[in-house]
Write a protein that binds this ligand. Structure first.
Ligand SMILES: Nc1ncnc2c1ncn2[C@@H]1O[C@H](COP(=O)(O)OP(=O)(O)OP(=O)(O)O)[C@@H](O)[C@H]1O
Length: 254
């Protein structure tokens, strides 16, 4: 059974068909990329999978269970986490607190737990802190825990977002343009971290414009153009696909 499966998924915004009958199968442990020219529908696919929009038609299944129409919070709880195209950190909070927020969906304490603090809540607080620190260390940010998020350099802020997503204990991690704005050194570190996350048994689904990055890291690459999937396969085959080259005409695929 695939981990994540899209079956003829379509979404219309008024007259615009942003995602048009897209099929996609992601197996556990794979690094699957989704590429395509600007406005092709890539972020919308992420928004559909994470429950921000319900599809107009089609089904989205996670581990064989249909997740159409579920709320984003419940989808995170099932094991699907994401980062966003633009950085969305709480700048005035510490690095550690930003990650703890990502763990919130696994917390059992109700709204009063934090005030009354029975022993079970204290234990849970400690567990949240320890797990959050592990996620920071995984991203090489362990020694930055007490700094304010806004004081981190750009590449580290992007890794902090991944640490926060990891804190929800996902089985699949959706990364929306993780390398955007990074310098070559920051990209190298990011590749290493994504590979490490995969070695831990997670599945990665990423949208990225940097073709060198995508082709170097992905097991499979799917290509969207005007909302339709025009190719899906190993990176070398996709790069040579005439329809893909035509979609990128005048732009660089490699
Ligand atoms: N909430 C919305 N309402 C109306 N139109 C939308 C909405 N969200 C996305 N669209 C439209 O859907 C199309 C696909 O947008 P999307 O952001 O998914 O593209 P993308 O492939 O992620 O592009 P980019 O690479 O530029 O981020 C675009 O034409 C966009 O304007």
């Amino acid at each position: 059974m695939p981990l994540l499966e899209l079956n003829e998924v379509t979404i219309k915004f008024g007259g615009l068909i942003a995602v048009d009958s897209v099929d996609l199968t992601i197996e556990k442990g794979q690094i699957q990329a989704l590429i395509g020219p600007n406005g092709a529908g890539k972020s919308t696919v992420f928004n559909l999978v994470t429950g921000i929009y319900p599809p107009t038609s089609g089904t989205i299944s996670f581990k064989g269970q249909t997740i159409n129409g579920k709320k984003p919070y419940n989808i995170t709880k099932l094991g699907i986490a994401r980062t966003f195209q633009n950085i969305r950190l709480f700048n005035e909070l510490t690095v550690l607190d930003n990650v703890k927020i990502g763990r919130h969906c696994r917390s059992k304490a109700g709204p009063f737990g934090g005030i009354i603090q029975p022993p079970s809540v204290k234990r849970e607080e400690k567990e949240i802190e320890q797990r959050s620190l592990e996620c920071l260390r995984l991203m090489d940010l362990g020694d930055k825990a007490e700094e304010l998020a806004r004081n981190l350099p750009y590449g580290e802020q992007r890794r902090l977002e991944i640490a926060r997503a990891m804190a929800s204990d996902p089985e699949i991690l959706l990364l929306d343009e993780p390398a955007a704005g990074m310098n070559p050194q920051e990209k190298m570190v990011l590749v290493e971290k994504i590979k490490k996350i995969r070695e831990m048994g997670l599945t990665i689904f990423l949208v990225e414009h940097d073709m060198k990055f995508v082709m170097g890291i992905s097991d499979r690459v799917a290509v969207l153009d005007y909302g339709k999937k025009i190719a899906d396969g190993p990176p070398d085959a996709v790069q040579k696909n005439p329809e893909v080259i035509a979609a990128y005409l005048g732009k660089e695929v490699i």
